[in-house]
Design a protein around this ligand. Structure first.
Ligand code: FMN
Length: 334
């Protein structure tokens, strides 16, 4: 069991890095922690049922202490399973639990959870109650502004009120609706239009609720603007693809007196972590697949990325080589 960090229940998380399957694993989160010590981080979605039945709980739950504040995201629709999952998350030392009802994946929705659950607010409320009654850490929810034809403001507003009554501590609203028939998950992140005004109206109607906006943010200035009338901004794809574009989060959003790190510094500071990962039987690619995105804007960035990728996929990337390549970056001022 991990030791407890200072509980984040009263911390206002102005910026968070979105849960993203196959992206926001513990290695990526370690990289992001070198960029911002403050942003709230999320795990990838974990299906509560899978966590309960797996023999490999540690694989699902493990994280590094440096990753705090860290939210674990659950998918599911069975209050009993969520009860157990909540206990595990708290025992393991997570700072909060997030419940996902924004995922439009057919696989997820066929289990009648993810975005399709938004059509059944009382079931969502039951799930939130189960989570809340079985832990003392915050329980938050991530959802869309609507699903299919259930996309009126009134529906959204009453959904949020019902879920708030069940005890949800924060609402992360992906500012586009989900279309469950006809669009795949990727299209569901681009085709339905972003409607920030709906999220702003939701906050105006519910000033006492913590409401975080998500969808389409690509720079810090946009976030600062959004924070003038909302409680938080969640950033997804842009942080994954261009992590260093977010290197001034701590200074500009949290008013911390720190200097932002360059790609070379971040890579070199991660060497002990990578060495330890290798010692425990991991592969360099586990970390390097995320790390290569740090290198942007240098001459021949693509060659640099390809070289690191090819060597680490073939398991031929030595730490010495990685350090040498990082020192080259440093010489170029990156
Ligand atoms: C590859 C990928 C995987 C995702 N996986 C999840 C997930 O596990 N849980 C979730 O709630 N959202 C997931 N999302 C959605 C993001 O959390 C976020 O809501 C979406 O990308 C919109 O934010 P953005 O425009 O800043 O990227 C995923 C998105 C991407 C691109």
């Amino acid at each position: 069991m991990k030791s407890y960090p200072p509980n984040s229940i009263n911390n206002l998380h102005k910026i968070s890095v979105a849960p993203m399957m196959d992206c926001t694993d513990k290695h990526f989160r370690m990289i992001i922690r070198k960029i911002s010590s403050k942003a709230l981080l999320y795990t990838e979605m974990i299906v509560a049922q899978s966590l309960i039945y797996t023999e490999k709980k540690e694989q699902f739950l493990d994280f590094n202490l440096e990753e705090h504040p860290l939210s674990i995201q659950f998918g599911g629709d069975n209050p009993k399973m969520l009860e157990e999952a909540a206990k595990m998350a708290q025992d393991w030392g997570y700072d909060e639990i997030n419940f996902n009802v924004g995922c439009p994946s057919p696989r997820v929705c066929s289990g009648n959870f993810g975005a399709s659950l938004m059509k059944d607010p009382s079931k969502v409320a039951k799930c939130i109650e189960s989570l809340k009654n079985n832990c003392s850490i915050p329980v938050t929810i991530k959802h869309r502004i609507g699903v299919d034809d259930d996309d009126s403001f009134d529906k959204l507003n009453s959904f949020v009120k019902e879920v708030a009554n069940a005890g949800a501590d924060r609402f992360t609203v992906h500012a586009r609706k989900a279309i469950l028939k006809g669009l795949n998950p990727k299209q569901n992140r681009t085709i339905p239009p972003l409607k920030y005004d709906i999220v702003q109206k939701l906050k105006k109607n519910n000033p006492d609720l913590l409401i975080e906006i998500n969808g389409g943010f690509t720079n810090i200035d946009q976030c600062i603007k959004a924070l003038s009338d909302l409680d938080g901004v969640m950033i997804g794809r842009s942080v994954y693809k261009y992590p260093l574009r977010w290197s001034e989060i701590d200074q500009k959003i949290y008013r911390e007196n720190t200097t932002s790190k360059k790609a070379s510094e971040i890579i070199i500071s991660l060497v002990p972590y990578i060495e330890n990962h290798l010692k425990n039987g991991g592969k360099t690619w586990d970390v390097c697949k995320h790390l290569i995105n740090l290198v942007e804007g240098i001459p021949n960035a693509k060659i640099w990325r390809n070289e690191i990728s090819a060597r680490s996929i073939k398991q031929e990337l030595s730490i010495d080589y990685l350090i040498k390549q990082s020192l080259k970056l440093q010489k170029m001022g990156f």
